[in-house]
Design a protein around this ligand. Structure first.
Ligand code: NDP
Ligand code: OXD
Length: 313
């Protein structure tokens, strides 16, 4: 190539610190690592990151497009001064499968009562017991039946659970009953022994899992939130667990991240908490995606997975 390569500014998410500059070598673009090297804002043509600070992107005057390193783009859309430029989200099979593994694992741990056997082993106790309920009588509902929710549903299919999903538009996934729109939310909730949230965070979905919603779940239900902390009113969840209405919760995302030391979630006996690791963006896949986006932009082809700013995802 004789022409200068376009510069992509990367703002790396936590956990990517170990990646050296050589990991970003590309025929398609020159990577500039924010916080590690100096650059002139006007040199930057593209941006890639996860949660750029509000107000930052408007300081890049020659920006042409933004590529989210996450499937969720709430970290961009929270910026009231976000440039009106194409924004793509990361849609990647590895990420979808990791999310599905996390949910399948936690559903099975709860369904099989594995914590009971872990506790028995600590006491060297041979305690046998039956499953509380066979999988054919156990109902799992997925809030958000998109790329990740759909993969979670199909990954759960072989276990013979009753599967449902809720989304804005009706879906046709064999073996998964589809509920759509607000009017069908109560019917959906009434049949969730496990409620899995994998919605995008938008004005419509913020705080959706509150006391009113939790009260519509069957007695003894579980809540698994792998979407965003702001979907869930944590105080309402704790009240529903403490009252005995809910049996347990698995949370990967929180209102405040990192989860503050003083949060009761850390020590709650009915909550399993993990540090936003249900799906971790694979760096190699992410670079291939950024390269593809740059090629498309530079050659005038349409970008894939462009966020609809009116819908917010
Ligand atoms: P998609 O955009 O593919 O799917 C979103 C789904 O939510 C769609 O089915 C959509 O309905 C539905 N939805 C959106 N708004 C509403 C609404 N108001 N009412 C009903 N349904 C609604 O997103 P992904 O599956 O790729 O990702 C989902 C989220 O998962 C991300 O936004 C991110 O927050 C989270 N995530 C978390 C990770 C982690 O490590 N914890 C990792 C990766 C993602 P429709 O199809 O009809 O439009
Ligand atoms: C994502 C995430 O949105 O990791 O991809 O949370």
């Amino acid at each position: 190539r004789t022409l200068a390569k376009p510069k992509v500014l990367f703002m790396l998410p936590p956990g990517w610190d170990a990646l050296g500059k050589d990991s970003f070598a590309s025929d398609e673009f020159e990577a500039v690592l924010d916080g590690r090297e100096d650059y002139k804002p006007e040199e930057i043509t593209y941006f890639s990151g996860f949660r750029p600070p509000p107000g930052f992107l408007k300081t890049l005057p020659n920006l042409k497009a933004m590529f989210s390193l996450g499937a969720g783009v709430d970290g961009f859309l929270r910026d009231p001064e976000l440039p009106r430029l194409p924004l793509t989200r990361f849609v990647d099979p590895t990420l979808m499968h990791e999310m599905a593994q996390y949910v399948v694992m936690h559903v099975l741990i709860a369904h099989r009562g594995q914590r009971f056997f872990d506790a028995a082993q600590k006491e060297s106790a041979w305690r046998q017991r039956m499953l509380a309920r066979p999988s054919r009588d156990t109902r799992i509902g997925i809030l958000g039946l998109g790329d990740i929710g759909g993969t979670i549903a199909t990954s759960l299919l072989p276990f013979d659970f009753q599967l449902t999903g809720w989304s804005r538009s009706r879906k046709n996934i064999p073996g998964v009953k589809s509920f759509a729109g607000e009017s069908e939310l109560p019917q959906f909730l009434a049949r969730c022994d496990y409620l899995v949230c994998v919605l995008p965070l938008t004005d419509e979905t913020r705080g959706i899992i509150d006391a009113k919603l939790l009260a519509q779940l069957p007695q003894g239900a579980w809540v698994i939130n792998v979407a965003r902390g702001a979907h869930l009113i944590e105080e309402d969840l704790i009240a529903a667990l403490d009252s005995g209405h809910l049996a347990g919760a698995v949370l990967d995302v929180f209102q405040a991240e990192p989860l503050p030391d003083e949060s009761p979630i850390w020590r709650h006996p009915k909550i399993t908490a993990t540090p936003h690791i249900a799906g971790i963006t694979d760096a190699q896949a992410a670079f291939a995606y950024v390269a593809d986006c740059v090629i498309r932009c530079e050659s005038g082809q349409p970008l894939e997975n462009v966020v609809d700013l009116t819908k917010g995802y």
